[in-house]
Design a protein around this ligand. Structure first.
Ligand SMILES: *[C@@H]1O[C@H](CO)[C@@H](O)[C@H](O)[C@H]1NC(C)=O
Ligand SMILES: *[C@@H]1O[C@H](CO)[C@@H](O)[C@H](O)[C@H]1NC(C)=O
Ligand SMILES: *[C@@H]1O[C@H](CO)[C@@H](O)[C@H](O)[C@H]1NC(C)=O
Ligand SMILES: *[C@@H]1O[C@H](CO)[C@@H](O)[C@H](O)[C@H]1NC(C)=O
Ligand SMILES: *[C@@H]1O[C@H](CO)[C@@H](O)[C@H](O)[C@H]1NC(C)=O
Ligand SMILES: *[C@@H]1O[C@H](CO)[C@@H](O)[C@H](O)[C@H]1NC(C)=O
Ligand SMILES: *[C@@H]1O[C@H](CO)[C@@H](O)[C@H](O)[C@H]1NC(C)=O
Ligand SMILES: *[C@@H]1O[C@H](CO)[C@@H](O)[C@H](O)[C@H]1NC(C)=O
Ligand SMILES: *[C@@H]1O[C@H](CO)[C@@H](O)[C@H](O)[C@H]1NC(C)=O
Ligand SMILES: *[C@@H]1O[C@H](CO)[C@@H](O)[C@H](O)[C@H]1NC(C)=O
Ligand SMILES: *[C@@H]1O[C@H](CO)[C@@H](O)[C@H](O)[C@H]1NC(C)=O
Ligand SMILES: *[C@@H]1O[C@H](CO)[C@@H](O)[C@H](O)[C@H]1NC(C)=O
Length: 773
């Protein structure tokens, strides 16, 4: 189960990443188109650039003192031709500066929080008014630089020749100045990605309707909701702009969509209203826009039904209405005239009913146009539909998390364009058809969590482009074939766990996996016979070979990446010590589970330098003292029970591991007192110190936690504790104890103690309960 959750997380991260990349690509294409036709930046007029403009640029540079990559190093005061400076372009006839492109390279910054911090090529400072010296400026791109949460300067509205203004991801904040409404030549305005609602539109949106040349508008993550009703007002203003062709109002806090007497948007081809909270019925007037190609209404709260007119929007190429859970997804049952539709995405829309009854909806010309169909979690039932197998252009088919039953039809192998196939989390049974081996373009095959049985067909070895293969949580049997695995040389993610696969896995099975990042074969009666010094061609981020036979020697051949998500060798028959050097190239591990083996040695000492979130090493033969700097601040679960650890818990455990939620050290040889700093663990829910040799009092310093319910389970029995049950534990008594979960403080007093713990805090005094040892 846990494995499953992990690659789920990994997968959804990847999918999210893909979506963003697509958006970026679209943005990129638009930018490219706009740049074509600009002047040649290296051209220089005989006399060089115009002095006053050179001066203006130098002044502008002074406002940008942060330039770690020296991107403005060519901007010098030595009289050089400013038309040749990095990012500057001049008009070839007049010599005036017409274009300033200082977009920071690496604009994917916002995709990736960790990269954001280390990002080092952006300029930092202010957008200075010296720009006004560039009277002929038509193109200004300052995207992905860092303007320190300052507002967009009002004077930009005076750059009256401006046609393109890009201020995406520039760390700008505050109300967008209505002075921008003076830019009557503006064709492109991109204010997206300045943090979630970092920029806001404010109540007065009329100025937008003055941008009479505007074609391309990106307000992704701009707050247009702040004043009541203004979100609708913006759409009314935009409806005055017949030139608009591309509009992104994603994540803008739109609450409602007004109805118009007349739709003016006759050029609109791209409209993204996703990730808002629109609660109106489906917007019928949108279907009047006969130029619309890309329509994204996903992640809103539309109610009622999908209007059947949408099935006649013959200009649409992409229709995305995922994540509208209140939308009745009943599709129009007659033939569609969506003859250009390539992509239909309806995840988490309640379609419900037998998928075979959608045949009418997917008949007609859509059959020859559709390339991508996503019906994840749409409550579909019935057997695998035959109409689907008629959609010969499909590259991407996603039907997971429905209730499809019966076998996967052999005819599915005829969808020879398929690149990604996801039928996971259904009730499909029978065996995996041989014919799937004919899907030679497949890069991802996900049949996880069905009831498939029989052997993995040899023909899957034909899928040489496959990067992801998920067959876990089925009832597959038979030996794991080296022929199949060694043919899948592009594989990055492989999950065969929770089946009944058997036999031996040798180096021959794995030796062609050059790009493998995830290897999961957990819970199969598989035996690994691989020499510990074999050097595989891959490095792994996810390993789960739990409940397989991997030992008795520790599999040092399993090479890890620097950052590891999951490493689970629980119950895998290892009775060996792990060499200290094994961990030397790893800096962080999300989950490390080596429990239920016979591992020996002083493992905790080797793990000191690794940041670990969840460490489970219970039921081994580990020894040594609790090292002073255990990889600490991130650790949230630590189970080291049933080993032979000795010594005391460090006094500063509470400061060193502030994220601890679960600490289990029972059944060791630990001694000393219970550190008072445990009381500082505001997230601690589960504490088990039982079956050791702890002595002294239970500290009286427990505090109610502002973040959690507080301690839920406390095991202290079988120690040498003395004294009273402290008053302060009463804070936690509301949560204590789930029946049977607590052995309480001492087996001798179990009843009495449980009674104590159930007392409301006020009556809970030191007299009511005594410990005896
Ligand atoms: C490791 O695998 C075992 C057996 O498959 C499983 O029970 C356990 O939850 C896994 N550990 C973690 C931390 O997910
Ligand atoms: C731009 O200038 C460079 C070098 O001066 C030249 O090689 C190139 O052909 C020019 N490009 C255009 C589009 O004029
Ligand atoms: C984020 O950036 C880091 C560092 O460059 C990289 O290792 C990681 O793979 C990136 N994550 C994503 C989802 O792109
Ligand atoms: C620009 O617009 C603002 C109001 O939106 C106005 O006050 C100002 O005078 C205008 N400036 C120019 C130069 O037109
Ligand atoms: C349509 O656009 C024209 C020109 O911008 C404008 O005059 C008219 O008021 C607009 N109609 C609506 C309903 O907004
Ligand atoms: C949409 O089109 C229909 C028929 O062409 C027309 O009657 C209706 O007024 C239009 N609605 C809007 C809001 O433009
Ligand atoms: C679907 O059928 C309904 C009534 O049967 C009709 O009004 C509508 O125009 C049809 N739609 C298409 C796209 O053919
Ligand atoms: C989904 O739709 C079906 C049929 O229209 C309905 O019975 C069911 O209640 C809906 N489920 C949800 C969660 O809306
Ligand atoms: C598959 O499931 C159906 C019912 O959903 C059942 O009738 C059929 O016998 C099953 N087939 C196999 C091979 O288990
Ligand atoms: C798989 O490839 C083999 C040859 O390697 C070929 O004989 C077989 O027909 C192919 N299977 C499918 C289903 O395409
Ligand atoms: C798995 O398949 C076998 C037959 O190969 C069958 O006897 C068994 O009941 C199946 N188990 C499950 C959980 O479906
Ligand atoms: C394991 O592999 C070695 C050689 O790679 C072989 O000699 C040995 O017989 C294998 N062990 C088993 C149990 O098959």
């Amino acid at each position: 189960m846990a494995t499953n959750t992990h690659h789920h997380t990994l997968l959804s991260a990847l999918h999210c990443f893909e979506r963003r990349r697509l958006l970026l690509l679209l943005l990129g294409l638009v930018c490219l188109c706009n740049v074509v036709g600009g002047s040649n930046s290296t051209w220089s007029r005989p006399g060089g650039c115009i002095d006053s403009e050179r001066e203006a640029l130098l002044q502008f540079k002074r406002g940008l003192p942060h330039d770690p990559a020296n991107r403005l190093s060519s901007w010098t005061a030595d009289g050089s031709d400013c038309c040749g400076w990095n990012g500057v372009s001049c008009d070839s006839m007049s010599g005036h500066v017409v274009k300033l492109d200082l977009k920071s390279p690496g604009s994917e910054r916002f995709l990736n929080a960790s990269r954001m911090q280390s990002y080092s090529r952006s300029l930092g400072g202010v957008i200075g008014p010296s720009l006004l010296g560039l009277k002929y400026l038509a193109y200004l791109d300052l995207s992905y630089n860092d303007f320190k949460k300052k507002p967009i300067p009002e004077f930009l509205g005076s750059l009256s020749n401006l046609e393109y203004l890009y201020l995406s991801g520039a760390n700008l904040q505050g109300r967008i100045p209505h002075h921008l409404g003076n830019l009557s030549r503006l064709q492109t305005l991109d204010l997206s990605n300045n943090g979630f609602w970092g920029l806001s539109m404010g109540g007065d949106v009329k100025w937008m309707s003055q941008l009479s040349s505007l074609q391309h508008l990106n307000l992704y993550q701009v707050d247009i909701s702040s004043d009541h009703g203004s979100s609708g007002k913006l759409l009314v203003a935009l409806n005055m702009l017949p030139s608009l062709s591309w509009v992104n109002l994603g994540s803008c806090g739109l609450k409602s969509i007004p109805s118009f007497p007349h739709v003016n948007l006759t050029s609109l081809s791209f409209l993204d209203l996703s990730e808002n909270d629109i609660q109106s019925p489906f917007v019928e007037w949108l279907t009047n826009i006969t130029s619309l190609e890309h329509l994204d209404l996903s992640w809103n709260n539309f109610e009622g039904g999908v209007p059947s007119v949408i099935w006649s929007m013959s200009s649409l190429t992409e229709l995305i209405i995922s994540g509208n859970e209140r939308l009745d997804g009943k599709l129009p049952r007659n033939q569609s005239s969506l003859c250009k539709l390539q992509r239909l995405e309806m995840r988490w829309v309640n379609i419900s009913g037998d998928v075979n009854e959608l045949e009418g909806s997917f008949s007609g010309c859509i059959r020859n146009s559709l390339q991508s169909l996503d019906l994840r979690s749409t409550r579909l039932t019935g057997s695998f539909p035959s109409w689907l197998v008629e959609m010969k252009r499909l590259k991407y088919l996603s039907l997971p998390s429905n209730s499809l039953q019966g076998p996967i039809p052999t005819s599915l192998g005829g969808l020879s364009s398929l690149e990604e196939l996801d039928l996971s989390e259904n009730n499909l049974n029978g065996s995996i058809p041989h014919s799937l081996g004919g899907l030679s373009r497949l890069t991802s095959l996900d049949l996880r969590s069905n009831h498939l049985q029989g052997a993995i067909p040899e023909s899957l070895g034909n899928l040489s482009s496959l990067e992801e293969l998920f067959l876990d949580h089925n009832n597959l049997s038979g030996p794991i074939s080296a022929e199949i695995l060694s043919s899948l040389s592009s594989l990055q993610l492989l999950d065969l766990s929770d089946n009944r696969l058997e036999g031996m896995v040798s180096a021959a099975h794995l030796s062609n996996f050059r790009s493998l990042r995830m290897l999961s074969m957990a819970n199969n009666p598989i035996i690994f016979n691989i020499s510990t010094d074999w050097v595989p061609p891959f490095r792994l981020a996810v390993v789960d070979l739990s409940l397989c036979k991997v030992g008795p020697l520790f599999p040092t051949w399993l090479r890890l990446q620097q950052n590891v998500d999951t490493f689970n060798l629980s119950n895998s028959g290892i009775s060996d010590a792990i060499p200290d050097s094994y961990w030397s190239s790893t800096s962080s591990i999300n989950i490390l589970d080596l429990s239920n083996n016979q591992i020996t040695g002083r493992l905790l000492d080797s793990l000191k330098h690794i940041v670990i979130r969840n460490l489970d090493i219970h039921s081994n033969r580990l020894e040594g003292e609790w090292p002073h700097q255990l990889p600490s601040t991130e650790l949230s679960i630590l189970d080291m029970s049933s080993n032979s650890f000795t010594g005391a818990i460090p006094k500063d455990v509470g400061e060193a591991m502030p994220s601890l939620q679960m600490l289990v050290v029972s059944n060791n040889k630990l001694n000393g007192s219970i550190p008072r700093s445990l009381c500082q663990l505001m997230l601690l829910l589960y504490l088990d110190l039982s079956r050791n040799n702890f002595s002294g009092n239970i500290p009286d310093c427990w505090k109610p936690s502002p973040y959690t319910v507080g301690l839920v389970v406390l095991h202290l029995s079988h120690n040498s504790l003395v004294g009273v049950i402290p008053n302060s534990l009463g804070y936690h008594s509301k949560a204590l104890p789930p029946p049977g979960a607590v052995e309480a403080l001492n087996t001798l007093l179990i009843l009495q103690v449980e009674l104590c713990l159930h007392l409301p805090p006020k009556q809970f005094g030191p007299e009511s309960c005594w410990l005896s040892s």
